[in-house]
Design a protein around this ligand. Structure first.
Ligand code: ES4
Ligand code: ZN
Length: 325
């Protein structure tokens, strides 16, 4: 249909995508074989059946378990390159790619193995007419000390990293736990974002901390902000990016929050559409755009505004933004 074609051809930026969340079952099987790891599954269907969850903790358990197949620099390269190729085919022109170094260093994979593989994929991915930058996420359910050590390990690779974020289990792990660390990251010239998940009961308090105290530039998910009109006004005034991830499929755990996305769009907030963990939620960016557009009857103008917002709140230079805006 017309809106699907419009979405397919629209240049987009993807700002909320976890590279580890792009591990498709076929690649998981291939890496398991290559690394001689017994994962207990031998077909795509069997792996797919393990990609089953009902909330954030049960999702995270599956997600961390699957990562054990990522062992070598080549594995990280293959993972990221496969994603970049898919994204380029959907007319994504710019990606800010989350990665979770602690999910790997904690099981004995070195920081340099992870980032060298990801960076090499980004360089080679330019051949597909897509550019990408890395956003390093701290696992908020681990300690401040662990996050601080991770930032130290990252500094030699600072030129390959555009910003830092916060992900993993949000319950009882508010943004403020990492306020000093984020200050240090900012001093190092890194941009700042944080997950403030829609389904967390403290998400308004978390959004408040992130925006009012830590002065982050984006919030990931974050559409619960609509419950607090003062916070929405602040987000509009500051041009805060809100990286929503409306899932294409109705049978997976995250919810679409379409009313909230439309209200934010209507108020001029810089909300955009992203895919989060597409191998698990089983929809890439255009699928999510289409599902939102179909279910909420979006006009082409509204869809175009979402894509425009994605470039506007991205961390590319103004000259590069001007190409897309
Ligand atoms: C995540 Cl959806 C989501 N929330 C929090 N942490 C994450 N890591 C990967 N996906
Ligand atoms: Zn996420």
């Amino acid at each position: 249909n017309a809106i699907r074609t419009f979405i397919d051809n629209l240049p987009k930026a993807e700002l909320h995508i976890h590279v580890e969340g792009t591990l498709e079952p076929d690649l998981k099987l291939k890496l398991a074989r290559r690394n001689h790891i017994d994962i207990g599954q031998s077909t795509v269907e069997e792996v797919q059946q393990t990609y089953d969850f009902h909330d954030l903790p049960s999702f995270l358990a599956v997600y961390y378990q699957a990562m054990q197949v990522l062992q070598t620099e080549q594995d990280f390269y293959d993972l990221a390159l496969a994603y970049l190729q898919r994204a380029a085919a959907q007319h994504v022109r710019h990606v800010e790619l989350f990665f979770d170094p602690q999910a790997h260093t904690s099981r004995g994979i070195s920081f340099s193995t992870v980032i060298t593989g990801l960076h090499r994929a980004i360089v080679d991915g330019r051949a597909f007419n897509i550019d990408a930058a890395l956003v390093m996420c701290f696992l908020r359910d681990l300690s401040q000390e662990s996050a601080r050590q991770t930032l130290q390990e990252a500094l030699p690779y600072k030129d390959w990293i555009v910003g830092v974020g916060l992900d993993s289990d949000e319950h009882n792990n508010p943004p403020l736990k990492f306020a000093r660390l984020f200050e240090d990251a900012r001093t190092e010239g890194l941009h700042l974002t944080a997950h403030c998940d829609v389904d967390q009961k403290d998400s308004i308090e978390h959004i408040k901390q992130a925006l009012e105290i830590m002065d982050v530039e984006r919030i990931d998910h974050g559409t619960n902000i609509v419950e607090d009109s003062d916070l929405v006004a602040l987000a509009v005034k500051r041009g805060i990016g809100i990286t929503a991830c409306p899932p294409a499929r109705k049978d997976t755990s995250p919810k679409m929050k379409g009313e909230a996305i439309l209200m934010l769009l209507d108020k001029g907030a810089k909300v955009c559409v992203n895919s989060d963990d597409p191998a698990y939620f089983r929809g890439y960016i255009n699928d999510n755009y289409c599902a939102l557009a179909d279910q909420f009857n979006l006009s082409q103008e509204q869809v175009a505004q979402l894509a425009k917002n994605s470039f506007e709140v991205s961390w590319i230079s103004q000259e590069r933004k001007d190409i897309y805006l």
